[in-house]
Design a protein around this ligand. Structure first.
Ligand code: DX5
Ligand code: ZN
Length: 226
């Protein structure tokens, strides 16, 4: 699957989101972190802002819901025109039903897992999703250090997807940078969120290109070896 770089606007200037999005023309999608101060100890933006972003963003929106009761709230983001909606398995009562509802609304459905949540209980459900988001920090804040302990889970998730003969992307989110992206790609990730790495760079779009080149090279190495 092709590498995708999805900059997170969490650490961008919230007073100038249109300008911030225009600084990353090379992005594949814009990653939008929705937090409710319950599922995570932080509060960001919700549906009205996502609806406004949809009007101005030249890129598809990749919505990451870090909210309780995703069953109730996630479909609204698909209705708002998000290309992809990630809800957390820890915050959902009926993940299959919700994924089908999101897909029915013409968005891609993605399942998010905190670092300590195992993938194995969901092995038989993988085909219901377009993407699995594996958090590589505890969700809630940008700028945290990458958790190497998640790398084996990335590899196990890729193996389970291969065994299921399914076409499912693996997104990593948290602490992804030029220091860590190759490890993620080598383990089997193909969609990469990068927040502070992109928005603290002097040239955010050049950083997107650099991250992409590193990930593609690491994926290629794995493909050549295996
Ligand atoms: C954290 C969010 C991330 C965050 C990543 O809970 O889900 O998307 O923006 O930021 P960095 O790349 O700085 O770790
Ligand atoms: Zn995120």
């Amino acid at each position: 699957m092709a590498v995708q770089i999805t900059p997170s606007i969490l650490n961008a200037d919230f007073a100038n989101l249109q300008r911030e999005i225009s600084r990353v023309p090379g992005a594949d999608m814009i990653h939008v972190d929705v937090m409710d101060n319950h599922f995570v100890p932080n509060l960001t933006i919700g549906l009205p802002v996502v609806e406004s972003l949809k009007r101005i963003s030249p890129h598809p929106l990749d919505i990451h819901l870090m909210i309780e009761d995703a069953d109730r709230w996630a479909p609204g983001y698909a209705e708002a025109g998000a290309a992809s909606v990630t809800f957390h398995v820890e915050a959902t009562r009926a993940p299959v039903r919700l994924a089908r509802e999101i897909r029915h609304l013409n968005a891609r459905a993605s399942l998010g897992l905190r670092p300590a949540t195992p993938i194995e209980p969901y092995a038989d459900l993988l085909g219901e999703f377009d993407m699995i988001l594996l958090m590589t920090v505890e969700p809630g804040f940008g700028g945290q250090a990458f958790l190497d302990v998640v790398l084996p889970k990335i590899a196990r998730t890729r193996s389970l997807i291969r065994a299921a003969d399914a076409s499912v992307a693996i997104q990593v989110d948290g602490g992804v940078s030029v220091e860590t992206i190759e490890r993620c790609a080598a383990a089997g990730a193909d969609v990469f969120v990068a927040g502070s790495a992109v928005y603290t760079a002097d040239d955010p779009d050049a950083m997107v290109a650099e991250l992409r080149a590193l990930a593609e090279a690491a994926c290629h190495e794995v493909a050549t070896v295996s």
